[in-house]
Design a protein around this ligand. Structure first.
Ligand code: NDP
Length: 296
């Protein structure tokens, strides 16, 4: 069997187009422009690239983008004051603090200072609790993107066996909650899991969020399963820099029913879902109906 390739790039372009259409309508019918504020502290090169991409994507869908760059030496009190200012600003519907923060800043304290209604990353403890109890929340972007692709591919997910490899707060745990919310039978695997291959082989849906290049091989995949590869690993092969996932693509694609490639799978969906979350936050803040198909 050769797996169907789930084209995250094309899917994300579709999500962005839907967001843009909603933004146009909000402006025309309600005189509202959704706005996203991104806070970047310090000079981390990868973070700078992410923030630049987020800014460009935000503008592209017609939203307002507010960038707040601060020196790595900013004090915690100054950063918290900036968050307070953004919380109070009616033009700002979404706030994202680019992680990681420099070591002297307490990330949890900073994230939990964001108004949960504006927490478009879905990392605030209130949103984590709301998701865990099946209530309306802001959902972390990467797992939301995975869920959208899975729903699109399968239709209903109820009753399917889902295995999520990885239990981080930003991917693994919220992914498992979302799959549970869609009535999958969910297993979360991690570095202490016994016989990972056997656990993975039970999965109708296998989500890899491990951070280890090509760790999940075809032998671990159930024939016909849907494989979602969240991993982004920069490796060197044959003297060339290469981006690979947590799944060994060639061997997994030979047995899976569907698979996301790296690059071009989950990655593009993350920014698309950030925009979708900002739109959702804006609609909620203004008492308007939420966009269909763009939330969990
Ligand atoms: P973390 O390092 O926070 O978590 C990794 C998880 O994998 C941990 O729960 C860990 O288990 C588990 N793990 C590590 N080794 C093994 C092993 N040998 N067997 C089973 N489980 C193992 O990573 P993230 O969740 O932040 O990210 C995961 C991957 O996804 C990375 O490649 C990252 O770059 C990528 N990513 C991609 C995004 C995108 O937009 N596409 C967004 C965010 C992340 P334990 O808890 O026991 O240590």
């Amino acid at each position: 069997m050769t797996a169907k390739v789930i084209d995250g790039k094309a899917f994300a372009a579709g999500v962005r187009a839907q967001v843009a259409a909603h933004v146009t309508r909000l402006k025309e019918e309600n005189g509202i422009q959704p706005g996203l504020a991104v806070v970047l502290v310090g000079e981390d090169p990868a973070s700078k690239v992410y923030v630049k991409n987020k800014h460009a994507s935000t503008i592209e869908v017609g939203m307002a983008s507010f960038e707040h760059r601060r020196d790595a030496s900013i004090s915690e009190a100054e950063l918290l004051a900036l968050i307070d200012q953004l919380n109070a600003d009616p033009k700002v519907h979404g706030i994202l603090v680019q992680l990681p923060l420099p070591g002297h800043l307490n990330s949890e304290l900073v994230i939990n200072r964001i108004d949960p209604a504006k927490d478009v990353d879905g990392f605030h403890i209130s949103n984590v609790g709301l998701l865990g109890t099946g209530q309306k929340s802001m959902v972390p972007c990467t797992p939301l993107g995975c869920l959208m692709m899975l729903r699109d591919h399968h239709g209903k997910l109820a009753g399917l066996n889902a295995v999520v490899v990885g239990r981080s707060n930003i991917v693994g745990k919220p992914m498992a909650q979302l799959l549970l919310g869609d009535s999958c039978t969910v297993t979360i695997a991690h570095s202490w899991t016994k016989d990972l291959a056997e656990v993975c082989k039970r999965a109708d849906i296998l989500v890899a969020a491990v951070g280890r290049p090509e760790m999940i091989t075809g032998e671990m995949v159930r024939p016909g399963a849907t494989v979602i590869d969240v991993g982004i690993n920069r490796i060197e092969r044959d003297g060339k820099a290469k981006l690979v996932g947590d799944v060994h693509y060639e061997s997994a694609a030979a047995v899976a029913g569907a698979i996301t490639p790296v690059p071009g799978g989950v990655g593009p969906m993350t920014i698309a879902c950030l925009l979708a979350n900002t739109l959702t936050a804006c609609c909620r803040a203004n008492g308007l109906a939420e966009p269909e198909g763009l939330t969990a």
